[in-house]
Design a protein. Structure first.
Length: 70
């Protein structure tokens, strides 16, 4: 089975024909992009945890009107 890599300019090349340097740079790009995705996910989780804490704090009140801005 043949696998192709789509370059920045839109051209597709056979991965088996890529130079060692091109393969190395491609791998570095994949690792960088995966780390960015993980960082964004962690930030999202921090935000979700903060909102959960805020909700629980307001849930202790007799009403959630303040939480929802009513």
């Amino acid at each position: 089975m043949k696998y192709y890599w789509k370059m920045k300019n839109g051209q597709e090349i056979d991965i088996d024909q890529m130079t060692e340097t091109h393969l190395r740079n491609t791998l570095k790009m994949i690792v960088r992009n995966s780390q960015v995705k993980i960082t964004k996910t962690r930030i999202g989780n921090i935000e979700a945890k903060f909102m959960e804490e805020q909700y629980l704090e307001y849930a202790e009140d007799e009403s959630l009107d303040n939480f929802y801005g009513l």
